[in-house]
Ligand binder design. Structure first.
Ligand code: AMP
Ligand code: MG
Length: 399
């Protein structure tokens, strides 16, 4: 048996980024850029008005200046083929290009029109007031997205504004799912004696989808080597990552490991000092990672978030991806399983000082889907943590 850190190190060492592809910008959110993207343009691309009002010469708004003659108007999107001369003003809308000669904008709320249609400035402007200057946001050549960084929504604005229509990103991992168990009935089906509904299939599909993978669900196989092998074979043809639920322990009906061995999957590790999730199996065939997750619903979630999710981020091109942990403070005492990294379902809230506080749910157990439903995340207690006290600093994995 190995530690969580050793298990992750084995996975990380074997992970290679997936090939690159060009995606339209809007379909590339969440993907990692393969090449650094620089702006081909200045942003703003021209000096623009920040207000509705009048483009003027700032000097013409000095106290005692004469009213300004309005010589035209420019709306956003129009070519500013006008010049503002001394003593003149041009009507302008927010976002419109500043006409030649003007160096400031008089806001409409501080512009009074006299009986001859001239504009009287209600404030003294400095040159540049209410002007958004060319290149002040982003200059041509500035980095919009570094190689190895994911395209996030907050980066999308600048890329779209710069006219970038497509970017080269790592392709999405193809995650294939296979649940196993004689007892499983798909959602909606009637339960016979001893049967249960499959909850891992839908959960894994969601977790993999949320991690940006392309998900292919092979449904459920009974605990029969041939049925499992058929699912595994078809999945291995295309999968970057195959995730199997159930059948990976040492029971008479646990056939997943032997089937995987026969299908040429080489074991990376089996059994991790982890609770829940101890019987976790991980192997590789060619470039495909294969995970055998213990079937208990919370084991599936923990193993996925601890190992599969960070692996997907590595495959997607994030070189330093690892389990996403945040610091928190334990609100009540808790105890970790001796010798095993323990994931405790917990509610998370901000304490009076703003620090994240974790309160483990009273019920804990790898089958406790109700406790999981109440949880905002997991307290991740290290294998050597022992008894934890209220106020102790802990890591949490936020759901
Ligand atoms: P196993 O890993 O096959 O030994 O299963 C461990 C526990 O998880 C057993 O109680 C199974 O009935 C349960 N289990 C296995 N697969 C699923 C599933 N897809 N959905 C819900 N529970 C499951
Ligand atoms: Mg089973």
């Amino acid at each position: 048996m190995i530690d969580v850190a050793e298990a992750w190190a084995l996975i990380a060492a074997a992970a290679r980024p997936l090939p690159a592809e060009i995606r339209p910008l809007r379909d590339a959110v969440g993907r990692v850029a393969v090449e650094t993207v620089r702006s081909p343009l200045d942003l703003p691309g021209f000096d623009r008005s920040a207000m509705d009002g009048f483009a003027v010469r700032a000097a013409d708004t000095a106290p005692g200046s004469a009213p300004l003659r309005v010589v035209g108007a420019i709306a956003a999107g129009e070519d500013p083929a006008l010049t503002v001369g001394p003593g003149e003003a041009v009507g302008i809308t927010t976002g419109a290009a500043l006409p030649a000669g003007a160096d400031a904008v008089l806001r409409s709320e501080l512009a009074e029109t006299d009986d001859q249609g001239r504009v009287v400035a209600g404030e003294t402007l400095e040159a540049g007031r209410f002007v958004r200057f060319r290149g002040e946001d982003i200059a041509s050549g500035d980095v919009l997205l570094d190689a190895g960084r994911a395209l996030t929504v907050q980066r999308l604005s600048a890329l779209a504004a710069a006219g970038v229509s497509g970017i080269t990103v790592r392709r999405a991992a193809r995650v294939h799912l296979l649940t196993t168990g004689d007892e499983l009935v798909m959602a909606g089906g009637p339960l016979g004696p001893g049967q249960i509904h499959d909850s891992n299939g839908p959960v894994l599909a969601q977790l993999a989808g949320a991690a940006g993978a392309e998900v292919n669900d092979h449904g459920a196989a009974p605990d029969e080597p041939e049925a499992i092998a058929a699912g595994v074979r078809s999945a291995l043809e295309q999968a970057d990552v195959l995730v199997i639920s159930g059948g990976v322990s040492v029971g008479e009906h646990d056939h997943v490991k032997s089937v995987l061995a026969r299908e040429g999957v080489e074991e990376l590790f089996w059994r991790v000092r982890l609770k829940p999730g101890k019987p976790l199996f991980c192997g590789i065939r060619g470039d495909t990672f294969v995970f055998g997750l213990p079937g208990n619903p919370l084991s599936v979630v923990v193993c996925f978030l601890a190992f599969v999710e960070p692996l997907l981020r590595r495959l997607h091109g994030e070189p330093d991806a690892a389990m996403r942990l945040l610091p928190a403070r334990l609100a009540v005492p808790a105890s970790a399983e001796d010798g095993r990294t323990t994931f405790l379902t917990a509610r998370l809230a901000r304490g009076a000082d703003g620090m994240l506080e974790a309160t483990p749910t009273t019920r804990q157990g790898s089958h406790m889907t109700g406790a999981l439903a109440e949880a905002d995340g997991f307290v991740v207690a290290p294998h050597d943590a022992g008894e934890l006290q209220a106020g102790d600093r802990v890591d949490v994995l936020v759901l």
